[in-house]
Structures are given as C-alpha cells and as structure tokens.
Design a protein around this ligand. Sequence first.
Ligand code: NDP
Length: 399
Amino acid sequence: MSRTMIIGAGAVAGVVVHKCCQYPEVFPEIMIATRTKSRADALKERLRDKETIIHTAELDADDVAATVRLLREFRPEIVINVALPYQDLAIMDACLEAGVHYLDTANYEPYDEAKFEYSWQWAYRDRFREAGLTAILGSGFDPGVTGVFCAYALKHHFDRIDYIDILDANAGDNGHPFATNFNPEINIREVTAPGSYYENGEFIETKPMEISRVYNFPEIGPKKMYLLHHEEIESLAINIPDVKRIRFWMTFSDSYLMHLTALQNVGMTSIEPIEYEGQQIIPLQFLKAILPDPATLGPITKGKTNIGCIFQGVKDGNPKNYYIYNVSDHQEAYREVESQAVAYTAGVPAFIGASLVLTGEWKKPGVFNVEEFDPDPFMERLNIWGLPWQECFDPELVD
Ligand code: NDP
C-alpha cells in the first residue's frame, strides 16, 4: 500500500488533501507535514470520516536533515511539495537521500532574489536518474495543465506548432479591494517582475505590465490581460520542437493593479530587509502577514476562472488553430473541497500527477516537466477529477 507525504498545509495543499481522500485506492495513507502543524491538524479534522488515513507532522522543510528523518520514518513513495518555491531544492535533496519520488507545482526561487527559473532544478536530472527516482516539476495548472495541453495539442492536432498563447483569466470576486488568490508573497514577486516572451529562439524582456490586450474569454467575457514572464515558457521553448513564439497572459482587475501600484510606490513589495524598531523585516513578508490568507477566500469568492492555450500551427500541410481551456467555478470548488478555484485548479493537477506516478503511468527516472510525459492519461483524469476541458477549432486569436 503506497503512502504519500504532502508538504505544506495552505490553500493548494488543502485541495490536494481533499482530492487524495476522494481516491483512497491510490492514496490509502497520507501525511501532511508542514511548518504550522495546527493547520495540518485542522485539515485532518475536517476529513476525519474519510477512508484515507491522515497523519500530520510539524516540519521545517528548509531543514533537509529533518525532512529526511521524517521521510525515513513515514516511508512514503512520493512527496507532493505544495509548500513554497523556496523549499523546492531542500525537498529534492531530502527525496534523493531518502529514496522518494518528488512532485511540485512551482519552480525554485531563492528567498533573497525575485527570480525563478528551472536551471536549479534541472541540475538534479542526473542524480534523480541515477537514483531511479522520478521528479515532476510544475504539476499545477500553469505551469502544469498548460504544459499537458501543449503535449496533447502536439500529439493529436498538429504536425508543427508555431505559436502558443497561454491565457489565464480569473473573473472571481472575493469582495476584498486587494487580495491574492495564492500565496501573496509569491504572487506579488511574480507580477512585479519584468515580463518576457519567447520568440525565434530568444527571450524578449518587457517592463512589468507593459503589454496588454483585451480578450473575450468563453464563459467569462471580455477581460484585460497582461503579458507576464511565466515559468512554463522556459520548458516549453525546449520541449515543443520548432515553436516560434510563446506568450503568457494573465488578467488583473483595475482595483488589483491600482493597489499593487500604490504598494510598490511606497516600497511595500520590496524584498530588501529593512530595520524596524530594532528588527530586520522584509516589507513584502510584512505585507503578506496583513493581507487576507488565500486559504480563507473560499467561502467568499464568486465567479469563474478560464485557463487555456491557443495554438497556431500546421496539420497535414494546412494551417490550423486550436484553443483548449478549462473553466472552473469558485463556488463549485468551494462546495467540493472548501477552496476557491485558483487553489483548486493548482491542487487537482498536483494530485493527478502524483496519482500517475503511483500507478506507474508517469514513472521514469529523472527530472521532468509535465509536457515530457504522455498527455493522454492526464487529460483523461482532468475530466474525471474536476477540471474538464473544452476545445474550440476557430478561436479568437491574440494579435
Ligand atoms: P500558502 O501560503 O497558502 O501555503 C504554503 C504552505 O507551505 C503553508 O502551509 C506554509 O506554512 C507551508 N510552508 C512554508 N514554508 C515552509 C517550510 N519551510 N516548511 C514547511 N512548510 C512550509 O500557498 P499556496 O497554497 O497558495 O501555494 C502553494 C504552492 O503552490 C506555491 O509554491 C505556489 O507557488 C504554488 N501554486 C502553483 C500554481 C500553479 O498553477 N502551478 C497556482 C497557485 C499556487 P504556514 O502555514 O506556516 O505558513
């Protein structure tokens, strides 16, 4: 009987744990290991009538030796890392030492620099391969399902993909003038960074929020979206052969951007430590402490998300366009797993990816991005486990 360790007990972890409990055949026994054990205990309490056996433990996953000890004690087959990107390398080190498969939803970021890229985690390829262990990087929605959509489009719809636009729209309203739907620190670091896109073999950098478009999203309607740098562009540029351009777009409300600009202007989004009353504090971490916790937004968020990919390419010598997307409803997600749809859309793919490792369908030694696996079993499970996808063969294109 396989065991699974989930590291973290925040918004995304809550969804992963609920989903594991819906699938006791593959997740008969899980452990939630996290910094603040009371959050793991609260999750366990909410799911006490489920068949899946839930254990909890306190863990600082930055401490490799402590993580190795806990892994050796619990002996899981896989770790689902839904703590923060800062922990990725420490948890990968611990998995290697304890002989455990690994999966995460966001690529490594150092604490002291707002920079994210795969090079640090790709450097583990040989070690995971030699240890016969699988590490899956970025199995959330974006990155995650977006990469699976790309692999699926290439396998079933195109001989060559020329252009990819990844579109992430959140038309949810949580009633707060400013709140982020996933960890505020990570979210703000991401959106205040310069944008970039991939074109003809190089990454072109833009100023933050410099490029925007209005797109008429199915089931949501017209929304203004902004070009961002996003981690899946880096791996897709390598794994989708001959692709000419990849762009990533995300919608933001005017209220969100207005508050963000003001916070940036006064220095509240900075990650440079400052001295305050004899203590070193990081303004962005202080801001996180006073913003609403994303895990509490579930009951109050209404509306839908739409995330998908638009492809332009060639099939059988003819030009072809194809749009594949998922629409999720915040309230439906809350009814099912007590979470808003942004955490839902990230947590369900982490659970699916882990289930595919446990069943052996996505098990191969090394470190991989999701588009490097056969997309079909993952696509099938998206429909089964709550993220059904829709297709359009004549989509509005992004100019
Ligand atoms: P939260 O802040 O809600 O949860 C993070 C959890 O990790 C908290 O329980 C936190 O503990 C725990 N944690 C933090 N540091 C440590 C540590 N050193 N050791 C052990 N546990 C720790 O974040 P989210 O749930 O919103 O996000 C989780 C991950 O999912 C992030 O990496 C995020 O980037 C990613 N994500 C990916 C998406 C995708 O589509 N690919 C979309 C959304 C998120 P504590 O309770 O003490 O704070």
